[in-house]
Write a protein that binds this ligand. Structure first.
Ligand code: HMH
Length: 242
């Protein structure tokens, strides 16, 4: 078994059962062609730019979803963890703004960018699962994001095609390979395992796994919007220069 699959959740726990129940969707998300391009450094810059600006907007709403998890948390420890997660998400956006600044895109312009359908659908889906359900429904909707990016980073580090020197996406990779981020991802998987036991994960598995798989597919769509933007860019370029 690969090292990254061992990293999150415990054997037989709810997190791994959710992940394994949507193996094809999970693979399509965590080893998407966009991720290959981050890893070997060949991702076209317009694809990354499109992704990163939308991801900044995504994180604002993701912080709101985590705030809802503070509200729905059933222990002070969980409230503390979630509060820390909100702080981490807001800190993560400084990486986004640094990239944008290096491209000459000021923060005001990033903020004024309209959200894409991919961004709206994913963020509002997660918030809706949390509003309609309890803390377990919400944590399961959040997990592909928090834990998934932890796994994506580990997959990149293990990738034989990885460009380790002079990779333009290195600071993106570092953000999620960071021990602090990895610890947060592990804690999120462990909380799902614990909630699975305390909140009837077995009896609720059909609903929970549908939520988890939906979020994994929305994550894959989120990468794909970057590649779609680059395709448009290439077509326009070829038209202008053809
Ligand atoms: C779409 C997406 N999923 C997960 C993360 C990790 O925080 C992120 N920044 N963006």
């Amino acid at each position: 078994m690969e090292s990254w699959t061992e990293g999150f959740g415990k054997k037989g726990g709810l997190y791994r059962r959710l992940r394994d129940a949507c193996a094809a969707d999970w693979q399509a998300y965590t080893w998407h062609p966009f991720v290959h391009g981050l890893s070997d450094g060949t991702l076209p810059l317009p694809a990354f730019r499109r992704y990163l600006i939308q991801d900044y907007l995504f994180l604002i709403h993701f912080a709101r979803a985590k705030a809802l998890a503070v509200f729905k948390a059933e222990s002070i420890e969980a409230m503390r963890d979630k509060t820390e997660a909100i702080r981490a998400i807001l800190a993560e956006t400084t990486m986004h703004l640094r990239y944008c600044e290096s491209w000459g895109i000021p923060e005001a312009e990033v903020r004024a960018t309209p959200e894409s359908a991919e961004t709206v659908s994913y963020t509002r889906y997660v918030i809706d699962r949390g509003l309609a359900g309890d803390i377990l429904d919400l944590e399961v909707a959040l997990a592909p994001c928090t834990v998934g990016y932890g796994e994506v980073a580990l997959r990149i580090l293990a990738d034989p095609n990885r460009r380790a020197e002079g990779n333009p996406y290195q600071s993106w990779i570092d953000t999620y390979a960071d021990p602090g981020y990895q610890a947060m991802a592990k804690a999120a998987a462990a909380r799902i395992d614990a909630l699975g036991e305390s909140h009837g994960g077995q009896a609720r598995f059909a609903t929970l796994s549908a939520t988890f798989a939906e979020a994994a597919r929305l994550e894959a769509r989120f990468w794909q919007q970057g590649l779609d933007a680059a395709e448009g860019h290439m077509a326009a370029y070829e038209k202008a220069h053809g």
